[in-house]
Design a protein around this ligand. Structure first.
Ligand SMILES: N[C@@H](CCC(=O)N[C@@H](CS)C(=O)NCC(=O)O)C(=O)O
Length: 212
């Protein structure tokens, strides 16, 4: 059976989530480079894989798929390895809830509103948009509180085993916590601090660390 293909770049939050899932399942894969931020955008033939021109896209045995949540669930359900979704329906609903919170609210705020504004943009243009960061900080607190409240005193975000929820969140927290504001804010949520310590130490996180 051919190795699955992941199309994208290692700097991408969503590509990292797919790679984390493959790493946690112990599945070999090839990363096919697609740079969505290259001048002129991704190669035009990439739009056949992903009509919205985003990364990642995925292929397994000729089956093509895009949208990270669909890809990670497909990987979990198709391949051997530790189950990353609980069979209990209420716990499974929590996993899907946290993934949706991360996609719908946290990604824009933690990654673009804080990390990009504080770390990435200033490294290119030399200054940060302080007003934009200030505006996003209370929104980031809302995201952290929501996830922390759902986590309660569990080991992982949705219970006592690692799930897709942790993998979707980890790639966003990885960037958020590169900003000093992120490292300060998370201290208000001790359960998230200990989750992150546990998460950041996993071999899958080391294997997928962004290099660019
Ligand atoms: N809904 C998509 C989101 C993917 C996404 O936004 N990827 C980012 C990189 S992390 C991207 O391709 N950005 C390019 C752009 O916004 O033009 C998914 O779940 O896969």
């Amino acid at each position: 059976m051919a190795k699955p293909l992941v199309f994208g770049a290692d700097y991408s939050v969503y590509v990292r989530t797919v790679r984390l899932t493959l790493e946690e399942k112990g599945i070999g894969y090839d990363l096919v480079p697609i740079d969505v931020f290259a001048e002129g955008g991704p190669p035009s033939d990439y739009l056949q894989r992903h009509p919205f021109g985003r990364i990642p896209a995925f292929e397994h045995d000729g089956f093509q798929l895009y949208e990270t949540g669909a890809i990670t669930r497909y990987i979990d359900e198709t391949f051997e390895g530790p189950a990353l979704q609980p069979s209990d329906l209420q716990r499974r609903a929590r996993v899907n809830q946290v993934i949706s919170i991360m996609d719908s609210y946290a990604y824009r705020i933690l990654v673009w509103g804080i990390y990009v504004e504080r770390v990435s943009k200033p490294s290119k243009v030399g200054f940060a948009d302080e007003a934009r960061i200030a505006e996003n900080l209370p929104k980031a607190a809302t995201c952290l509180k929501a996830v922390s409240d759902l986590m309660k005193d569990a080991l992982w975000l949705t219970g006592d085993s690692l799930t897709l929820a942790d993998l979707h969140a980890a790639s966003m927290f990885g960037y958020f916590l590169m900003a000093p504001e992120g490292r300060t804010l998370i201290k208000d949520y001790p359960n998230l601090v200990s989750w992150w310590t546990r998460m950041a130490d996993r071999p899958s996180m080391r294997a997928t660390r962004p290099t660019t």
